[in-house]
Every structure is written in C-alpha cells, then in structure tokens.
Design a protein around this ligand. Structure first.
Ligand code: NDP
Ligand code: 2IT
Length: 451
C-alpha cells in the first residue's frame, strides 16, 4: 500500500498553495473543506491511498479563451472567458456563469470546487463546474450584452452539452444573458437541447428556478431554526445584495412573517427600519432587472430609509443574517458585530461570503450557521429538475416544483445534521455539509479506480 502518499493536513495544504500560487479564493475554499474531510477520513485509509481529496482539489480541466466583441461605438473589446470543469464523478459538470470585473481563474476555481460538494448534497446527479468572464455588464446596452454573450458562446459551445456540462446563471448572468447564450448555442449547433438552465419559461425553463436560490436559503434557515424549536415569524433580518438571490430571500422572509431591514449593492447598503415589504421588493426587482439602477435610489424613493455609501449592513442589529452578494463580504469584525448584536442564525445565499476567520467567530459563538454550499443549493437543485424536465420534454407546475424545493432543502438539512451533530445537540453545519458532500463524490471516484 502506498502509505507514503498519506500526508497530514498541513502538508496537504502546503501542496495546494504551491500548486496554485496567488489563487487565494481557491486556497481558502480548499482549506475550509480539507479540515473536515481530514477528520472524517482519519480512519479510512482507502480515501488517502486513492488520493481522493487531492484529486477533487485539482480541476479536471480549466479552459480559458479570448472573447472579442464590438461595443456600440465600434471599439473592439477583448475579454477573457473561462470554464472550470472541476469534477464529473456523479453527473455532468453543472454550475453557473459569472460576468463581473472581479472574475479571475482563482474565483472560478473556488466556485467550481464548492459546486462539486453542493451539487453532491442535493442528491441529484450533477458534477461541479463554473465559468465566466471579467466582462462588466454594468452600463452596457442590451446590444452590447448580446454581442458579448454571443461571442462568449461561440467559444464555449464546444466544451458543453446536456450530458457533458450544463451552465446556468450567477452574478451578472440572468434571464437576459441566458437567452442570448442559448440562442447562440442553438444557432451554432442546430440543436435545441437542455444545455443551459435558468432559461425563460417559453423555451424550456423551469417554474421556480428564478426563486429557488433565495427561497431555498430561507427554507434552510427555517430548518435550522426549527431544529432548535424556533421560527422566522417576528424576527428581523439583515440581507446583503439586491440581485436574484437577495430579492427572493427577502420575499420569502417577508412572506414567513419576518422583517427585512437592509439590502445592498457594491456601492453601499440601504436600511429601512419599517421593513422592506413585498411592494418595496418588487420596486427593487424593477430597479435592478429593468432600469438597471443603483440601490442608493431606494432611499430617495422610500421615506424613513437611509443609504450608507461604501458600507456593508452587518452592523445593523438583527436576529437573522443572510449574505447574498459575493465572496468574502463578511469578515471577522463584522461577524463579531453580528454576534454582539444578538444574531441567532446566518444562512448564506452567496458562495463563501464569510471569511474563514468570520466562520470561526460564528462557530465559537455556537450560533446556527448555514454555509453557502448547503444553504444556497436550492438554485442548482431546481436547475437539476430543469434538466430532468428538458430530457423528458415536459414541464412540471409551480406547486409541484415548490414542494420539491422544500423537500430538497429539508433533505440537505438532514444530511448536515447527520454528519455535523455533536454529543450535545449542536450542529456544525460546515462540517456536516463538507462530509456529506464529499462522501458521495469520493465513493463514486473509488468505484472508478485510477482515472
Ligand atoms: P446578481 O448579479 O443577481 O446580484 C449580485 C448582487 O451582489 C448585486 O446586488 C451586486 O451589486 C452585488 N455584488 C456583486 N459583486 C459584488 C461585490 N464585489 N461587492 C459587493 N456587492 C457585490 O447575482 P446573484 O444574486 O445571482 O448572486 C449572488 C450570490 O449568490 C453570488 O455569490 C452567487 O455565486 C450566489 N449564488 C447564486 C445562485 C443563483 O441561482 N443565481 C445560486 C447559488 C449561489 P452590483 O449590482 O453593484 O454589482
Ligand atoms: O452557485 C450556484 O449554485 C449557481 N450559480 C447556480 C448553478 C446552476 O447550475 O444552477
């Protein structure tokens, strides 16, 4: 037996750092998983011998390509595009596409790595992938976005397919962009097939997909609270972001009797002590999806609300917190402020929004903390259901999909409890999600042998 390959955790992480120089987000994501996986496999030599974690932490492939497009002033613009195919042990690569100037290979590698565990947790047959570009959609006309999306797909199409790799939306990629990319895929290949999810209902999209991530993250929050005999009703919530995930999280919190106090974008946050009700949420959706404006405009529209430029909402006193914008948007000091102000539960709509130090603060304070890979898995889960509906050429109704989403989130919560509970009734959801997500992928890889 190749016992010499059995390295300890710190040697393993040294290797990850050496092989991925400067890729801080990727190293952070691997570190967070490796700690728990190492505990889990301490008495399971077969995982060490087969180098399973080392293999999951090395993407199957990273495709990088040039995306050239013409802006409205006839300037030629050049961006970089990527698709990171992390692992397809349990199903076709699956994961979103992000368009944002902060996108780098490190960011996409961390997202594809996280996605592998998240998709495994859903129980559906999906591997992990992620893609995107450093293209900044802000301030671009619809035609510019269309030309960019078409150019992006002109390269991406050769790497994806309904049984190979099925992308979807993420930051900066919503229904509009998915439409442009799907149209271009169909035009190039001549095939109508379920190669993207998050499509509009007219061409194979699924009911509940737009709502699924935000609603799912609130269901996960409710599951955590109910596990401690509590509920959302009557509680205040602080939410960051103002996009797809944040607005739907706010909608579900409000529907379940909670009061949402904040929303944000990259410019700052708004605080509305009266609560951001459904009417106000609809206004924000229009602001972001149609007028494509800034959250600061909210404070001009609704009296009583204030805008805090260049600030994040974590110092506002609340019972519940939901980071729903981006990675590393909640640091150690902000986690301490939340705990000091009495936060009871945190459910992550975004991917890795809390820094490693912030996570430790939540864990030490023993508050309920649902990490993104579990809490925001509802989006990709309903994407998986969109794939099933496309394959069968049918569409299920909203009620059925709503029930399926509720059940899927409950299933994920149960898996976290199973693998994350300690002897005193506390649940370490990070550990539970990491181990449950890892086990299924690892066992599939063991079955394949050395590949
Ligand atoms: P959207 O593009 O719809 O919204 C993103 C929001 O986050 C915007 O309000 C945006 O503000 C803000 N934001 C983005 N980057 C930054 C930044 N660097 N600093 C501060 N604010 C920022 O994206 P989604 O709602 O789809 O995604 C939000 C998060 O949820 C991401 O972490 C994503 O990976 C995750 N997620 C999304 C899923 C989905 O189904 N869409 C599924 C699971 C997770 P601005 O407009 O100023 O850029
Ligand atoms: O981070 C994510 O899970 C997503 N952006 C959704 C991925 C998907 O394939 O629906």
């Amino acid at each position: 037996m190749a016992v010499s390959d059995h390295v300890d955790l710190s040697t393993f992480m040294e290797g990850v750092k050496k092989r991925n120089p400067g890729q801080t987000e990727f190293i952070q994501a691997v570190q967070e998983v490796a700690q728990d996986v190492y505990d889990f496999i301490s008495d399971k030599e077969e995982y060490h011998t087969a180098q399973i974690l080392r293999r999951i932490a090395e993407p199957d492939r990273v495709v990088s390509f040039r995306v050239c497009w013409e802006d409205d002033n006839h300037n030629i613009r050049v961006q970089r595009g990527w698709r990171v195919q992390n692992n397809n042990a349990i199903g076709p690569y699956k994961g979103g596409i992000r368009f944002h100037p902060s996108v780098t290979e490190s960011v996409l590698k961390f997202l594809a790595f996280e996605q592998t565990f998240k998709n495994s947790l859903t129980g559906l047959p999906m591997g992990g992938g992620k893609g995107g570009s450093n293209f900044n959609p802000r301030g671009k006309s619809d035609s510019e976005v269309m030309r960019f999306c078409q150019s992006f797909m002109t390269e991406l199409y050769r790497h994806i397919g309904p049984n190979t790799d099925v992308p979807a939306g993420d930051i900066g990629v919503g229904a509009r962009e998915i439409g442009y990319m799907f149209g271009q895929y169909k035009r190039i290949t001549g095939r109508w097939e379920g190669v993207l999810t998050g499509k509009a209902l007219e061409f194979g999209g699924s009911q509940m997909r737009p709502e699924a991530t935000g609603y799912g993250a609130v269901y996960f929050l409710r599951n955590m609270l109910q596990h401690q005999d509590q509920d959302i009703e009557g509680k205040t919530a602080v939410i960051s972001g103002a996009g797809n995930v944040a607005t739907h999280a706010a909608e579900k919190i409000t529907e379940l009797g909670g009061k949402v106090l904040t929303m944000s974008d990259s410019g700052g946050f708004i605080h509305d002590p009266d609560g951001i009700d459904q009417e106000k949420i609809d206004w924000i959706k229009k602001l972001k999806n149609e007028r494509r404006g800034r959250i600061s405009e909210y404070a001009d529209e609704f009296s009583g609300a204030s805008y805090h430029e260049d600030e994040r909402p974590w110092n506002v006193e609340c019972d519940l917190a939901m980071p729903c914008a981006t990675q590393n948007e909640l640091n150690e000091d902000e986690a301490k402020a939340l705990v000091k102000n009495g936060v009871q539960a945190v459910s992550e709509g975004a991917n890795m929004p809390t820094t490693l130090e912030g996570v430790h603060v939540f864990q030490e304070a023993q508050i309920m903390y649902g990490p993104g890979k579990a809490a925001n898995a509802g989006g990709v889960a309903v994407s998986g259901l969109e794939m099933s509906q496309n394959a069968e050429r049918i569409s299920w109704n909203q009620e059925r999909l709503g029930d399926m989403l509720t059940d899927l989130m409950e299933g994920i919560h149960e898996k976290c409890v199973e693998h994350g509970k300690d002897g005193e009734g506390n649940v370490n959801y990070v550990k539970g999600a990491n181990i449950a997500g890892f086990k299924k992928v690892a066992d599939a890889m063991l079955a394949f042998g050395v590949v």
